[in-house]
Design a protein around this ligand. Structure first.
Ligand SMILES: [Zn+2]
Length: 380
């Protein structure tokens, strides 16, 4: 039987279920929330969904994540856990007339509809479980919303790699935040070819001897550099944040892939990214690369500070002509709007230096992406 239903939101559902991406990405920012749903099938059938966000304010943390747990015997979609056993707290004792409950399916639909509204705005969405306990004799069912670990899960599940089921072809499926990796139209790396030959504004390097810390983050060897290293290009100033390595090179020049590449990642005051790629081919030992390898930390995800400063001018080729195009980060979340400048001349590192990196990361290059209608400028 189809029941007329009106949905009363006793508390602002959208508001209390809203999940800020920031808190979603930080497991520390959790909050308990409570959803009560009351289904009544009296003449004026109505359903109440009661969301009581429990905004704990202890420890001064902003807790905004409401957790919804609504259990039902419906099939579980990826984020929905179903619990077959259910409990109903009858409201008959409150003097209610005998009532027929709204079917759990309908209730679930309503809640999922609401959740999908929230999800449309903010991702990831909270886990929703429909919990019906026992029969429905009193007619009222009650859902207690509890936070599932949904907020943390997309990240835990967002573990990405360079091969296998979590490899580049699947990055966009691993986390809602990674969807650009699959949908983006201006992705990196690319096979750089058919650029238009032009005179490009030379990149002005304002690099200086700098303190640095080396970290193996599981995807690459990265060097975090102290502030003060800048580039000026096209009238914009960017600050070097870090540099890291790929093997083999991610970008290709007219189809040619190099032994390695170093990416120098810069950011301007507005947060815009500019990456300089220096291609690496086997040759003589490179003092800067050696300095980085000498300071490799023994354990992953721990930083080791270099004893002496690093002079990044030495990492650049003498001939600093470059090719430029707009692309993306080459790792999740594959954010676009990145200004790429790829040095046309490679620098040399020794076979032994390459083999040291390959013991840590045998292959950490994303495949080349379609160029599409992007313009490539080739500095002469
Ligand atoms: Zn990179």
């Amino acid at each position: 039987m189809k029941l007329p239903l009106s949905l009363l939101l006793v508390a602002g559902l959208a508001g209390s279920l809203a999940v800020s991406p920031a808190s979603a990405s930080e497991p520390g920012h959790k909050a308990e929330g409570k959803v009560e749903a009351k289904a009544e099938a009296a003449s004026d059938s109505k359903v109440e969904i009661n969301i009581k966000p429990d905004l704990a304010k202890g420890k001064g943390e902003r807790k905004t994540v409401a957790k919804a747990e609504v259990k039902a015997d419906n099939k579980a979609e990826d984020k929905t856990e179903a619990k077959p056993e259910s409990k109903t707290e009858s409201r008959a004792e409150q003097g209610a007339e005998p009532r027929q409950p709204v079917s759990m399916g309908e209730l679930r639909d309503m809640i999922e509809h609401k959740i999908s509204e929230v999800r449309a705005n903010r991702a990831p969405a909270p886990v929703v479980r429909l919990q019906t306990k026992g029969g429905t004799k009193g007619g009222a069912s009650r859902q207690v919303a509890k936070s599932a670990e949904a907020m943390a899960k997309p990240h835990a599940g967002g573990h990405w790699e360079y091969e296998g089921p979590n490899g580049p072809a699947h990055w966009h499926e691993l986390n809602p935040e990674f969807k650009q990796c699959g949908l983006g139209q201006r992705q990196s790396p690319i096979d750089i070819r058919d650029g238009i030959p032009v005179e490009l504004d030379p990149i002005q390097f304002e690099y200086k001897l700098s303190a640095f810390r080396v970290i193996d983050n599981g995807h690459t060897v990265q060097v975090n550099v102290e502030p003060g290293n800048r580039i000026m290009v096209n009238g914009r100033r960017y600050e070097l944040v870090q540099f890291h390595f790929h093997r083999p090179s991610e970008e290709r020049l007219n189809g040619r892939q190099f032994d390695m590449v170093v990416h120098l990642v810069h950011k301007d005051l507005e947060g815009k990214l500019a990456v300089i790629a220096v291609l690496i081919e086997e040759g003589k030992s490179h003092p800067i690369v050696q300095q980085v390898w000498n300071n490799l930390p023994l354990e992953k995800n721990t930083e080791q500070a270099g004893l002496q400063g690093i002079d990044l001018q030495q990492l650049l080729p003498e001939d600093r002509r470059y090719v430029t195009y707009m692309g993306s980060l080459t790792t999740p979340p594959c954010t676009e709007g990145v200004l790429w400048m790829v040095m046309k001349k490679p620098v040399g590192v020794s076979a032994q230096q390459i083999s040291i990196f390959s013991r840590l990361h045998p292959m950490n290059a994303r495949p080349v992406q379609p160029i599409g209608d992007r313009l490539i400028k080739d500095g002469q």
